[in-house]
Design a protein around this ligand. Structure first.
Ligand code: NAP
Ligand code: SF4
Length: 671
């Protein structure tokens, strides 16, 4: 049988070693390393190696204390560290995989008072002013990179990735934005690129010729005074000459005000930048960012954009990505939806990295879906994310599962989320649940409202009946000009040109996004998306940074909340700013600290300590949170089955798909 993905699955010959395919698992911090749980780290990477990936890059390891992303960040500092990393490399090699350790020096992004950089220029995303390094200080940093690389080799790694992008230490030297030096490390581009080139040259000298050195090169800085494409080419040539084996693409400094990996970024939306490098260097080039399925990856390679494709989060969602693709079972790959909710949001809150779609990620040793000792008859009521996850995991473990859904389709609230421009990835998640249900032994009863009378003969009943919108009880809310978010997203009720949205939670933001858009979603139109966020060609504008030019909003929207805090404050840690920026670009007015006096045919009367005022609007959309839908659970008292309540039916506050899927999966793992 011919390969379904001939380019993606083609081996890559690096001269002294060969990678089994063109898939790189990009660097992701797990958080396990700092907890010292190295058996768990090893199991995490081993599952990905067993899944067939060509080359794994670890989460960033600090070359020294001052370069750690946060105080106490993991690195190869002692013999014990080397022994710990050995567990990882042995586990990966046992599955035929290869693994490189990323050396990450954060420079001024290091979250601590000892941080260092080219110049004492504070980053807008850190409270710490870095110390400007002197000549000896720079030499120490180079030595520490070299030591980290030689220790990585000792620990059994197949190579290292030198992190030179994303606005980290080496990138900071490259750009006038931070490098204001006048010595041989600053000034001309030749001087500014001296540090990264010297690091690669000295690492190569120390590790010998048969060790992979990936250099992550910033192809698009997306900050003021960023690199021009001529400069990037000059650097690429010098890095190749210094001994790098592969160039990996880096897109955007962390402080850039342009989303680079969020779900609303078009798929493979930055591959065009990597393509500009193709043909200019003779070592392989990797592209990355928002590539989350084998078809997109294959198309990227077929389009001559790169020699290899990096995907990071997709390997949290599904460790078997490559093997499933190779077996012609791409539809069964659990899709990374780019939400960041359980990966980067966790990392930046000091929690363990996991995955919304796959709660086992990072929890491989503790959350297991082993066969059940005694199969049970399980009813699951509700085919939203909680119920679907419970049904699939219970089935996987050998239980006899019947899934009841009163609607004619599966997906629950996911079906509303997927209507919102920028959230198209939810389509793939619902489709994946459908594929997995079809391939499972679950008996699916759509269009069937389970009742206390019909739920007989089961050992366990799992109530996943979800939520109903909260009634905010505002006088006049039964008027013809008032809609709920369900009317808008599911039933496509007409919305007037001036809109007030009551409630600025996740759903209020989604509604504001939905009603201000018209035409094709920019997520599906890469040129339009680049225009909206101000992404240009680095060959034409330094750093690829343009003035954003968002389209005119389809409607005039005011987003309201009673709390006095900034609307959207509680949205995702790494994505909230994107939602806020997107709505600001669409001229959405955000008002906190209001009270809702009454709704009239003219609009909504708002109260404050200054008195009442009428906000004139044509439509009011209620997004005032939700309450659990537990009627069925309450009616089951007396049923001999064990009744479990999960998802929104359990706790509606702060419900999201992450908690729903996690709770459903964990319950089913325990039956
Ligand atoms: P939510 O985030 O809890 O927000 C509810 C909003 O309604 C708040 O702004 C609240 O603000 C307001 N509210 C609460 N009680 C009210 C009342 N009695 N009268 C008027 N307003 C009231 O709930 P949600 O927007 O329904 O979202 C549900 C869950 O889905 C959330 O956990 C959310 O994170 C998640 N979600 C996430 C995303 C995402 O992008 N990550 C998108 C959609 C949904 P005040 O009380 O200050 O008025
Ligand atoms: Fe992807 Fe979301 Fe999972 Fe992160 S949490 S890996 S973004 S699906």
């Amino acid at each position: 049988m011919s390969s379904p993905y001939p380019r993606l699955l083609e081996p890559l010959d690096l001269g002294f070693t060969t990678l089994r395919n063109r898939v790189l698992m990009g660097s992701m911090h797990t958080g396990l390393e700092e907890r010292g749980d190295w058996d768990r780290v090893a199991t995490y990477y081993a599952e990905r190696a067993r899944g067939g990936v060509g080359l794994i890059v670890t989460g960033g390891m600090a070359p020294n204390k001052e370069g750690g992303v946060f105080p106490g960040a993991s690195g190869l500092f002692s013999d014990q560290d080397i022994a710990n990393h050995r567990k990882v490399t042995d586990a990966v090699h046992a599955h035929g995989g290869k693994i490189a350790m990323q050396i990450l020096h954060a420079g001024r992004y290091a979250y601590g008072p000892d941080c260092v950089s080219a110049s004492a220029v504070k980053s807008p995303i850190s409270p710490f002013v870095p110390r400007e390094l002197d000549e000896e200080g720079i030499e120490k940093q180079i030595r520490d990179f070299v030591t980290a690389a030689t220790r990585a080799r000792e620990a059994g790694y197949d190579g290292v990735e030198v992190m030179g992008s994303e606005g980290y230490f080496l990138n900071q030297f490259l750009c006038l934005h931070v490098n204001q030096r006048t010595d041989r490390w600053g000034g001309s581009y030749e001087n500014r690129m001296r540090l990264p080139v010297e690091v690669v040259r000295r690492v190569r000298e120390a590790v010998g010729p048969d060790f992979i050195i990936i250099y992550r090169i910033s192809l698009l800085d997306l900050v003021p005074n960023g690199q021009t494409f001529d400069q990037i080419l000059t650097l690429a040539h010098a890095i190749e000459a210094a001994g790098a084996t592969i160039l990996n693409s880096g897109i955007g400094w962390h402080e850039a005000r342009v989303p680079t990996i969020a779900t609303s970024v078009p798929r493979a939306g930055f591959a065009w930048v990597t393509k500009k490098l193709m043909g200019h260097v003779s070592i392989p080039v990797i592209t990355s960012n928002r590539i989350n399925n084998p078809d997109t990856a294959e198309a990227v390679l077929a389009g001559g954009n790169a020699d290899m494709v990096s995907m990071a989060r997709p390997f949290l969602a599904d460790p078997d990505f490559v093997n499933k693709a190779a077996a012609g079972q791409a539809a069964t790959i659990a899709p990374c939806i780019g939400c960041n909710q359980a990966c980067l949001d966790h990392t930046f809150s000091g929690k363990l990295t996991s995955c919304l779609v796959n709660p086992r990620a990072g929890h491989e040793t503790e959350l297991r879906y082993d066969p059940a000792a005694t199969p049970r008859k399980v009813a699951v009521v509700g085919a939203g994310p909680a119920g679907l996850s419970a049904a699939l995991v219970a089935d996987q473990r050998g239980h006899h599962v019947t899934l009841f859904e009163k609607d004619s389709q599966i997906g629950g609230q996911l079906n509303m989320a997927r209507q919102v421009p920028g959230k198209e990835e939810f389509d793939g998640l619902v489709a994946w649940f459908g594929t997995m249900l079809g391939a499972s032994g679950v008996t699916v009863k759509l269009g069937t409202a389970a009742t206390a009378e019909t739920l007989t003969g089961f050992d366990d009943i799992i109530i996943a009946t979800g939520v109903t919108p909260r009634d905010p009880g505002i006088p006049g809310e039964d008027g013809a000009n008032v809609l709920s978010y369900i009317d808008v997203l599911r039933d496509k009720a007409p919305v007037g040109p001036r809109v007030a949205v009551i409630g600025a939670g996740g759903i209020g933001f989604d509604i504001a996004e939905y009603v201000t858009h018209q035409g094709v979603s920019p997520t599906l139109d890469a040129a339009e998306w680049r225009k909206e966020w101000g992404v240009g060609d680095p060959a034409e504008v330094p750093g690829g940074l343009l003035e954003p030019a968002p389209p005119a909003p389809a409607r005039a929207v005011t987003l309201l909340q009673r709390k006095a805090e900034k609307p959207g404050k509680r949205l995702g840690k790494t994505t909230g700013w994107i939602h806020r920026a997107s709505l600001q670009a669409r001229q959405v007015q955000m008002l906190g600290g209001v009270s809702y006096e009454r709704i009239t045919p003219e609009g909504i009367v708002l109260g404050s300590d200054k008195g009442e005022r009428l906000l004139e609007v044509d439509t009011v959309v209620l997004c005032a949170g939700q309450v659990p839908n537990r009627a069925l659970a309450d009616a089951l008292t007396g049923n001999p089955a064990t009744v479990h309540v999960i998802g929104g039916a359990d706790v509606a506050a702060e419900l999201d798909a992450k908690r729903a899927i996690d709770q459903g999966s964990r319950l089913a793992a325990s039956l």
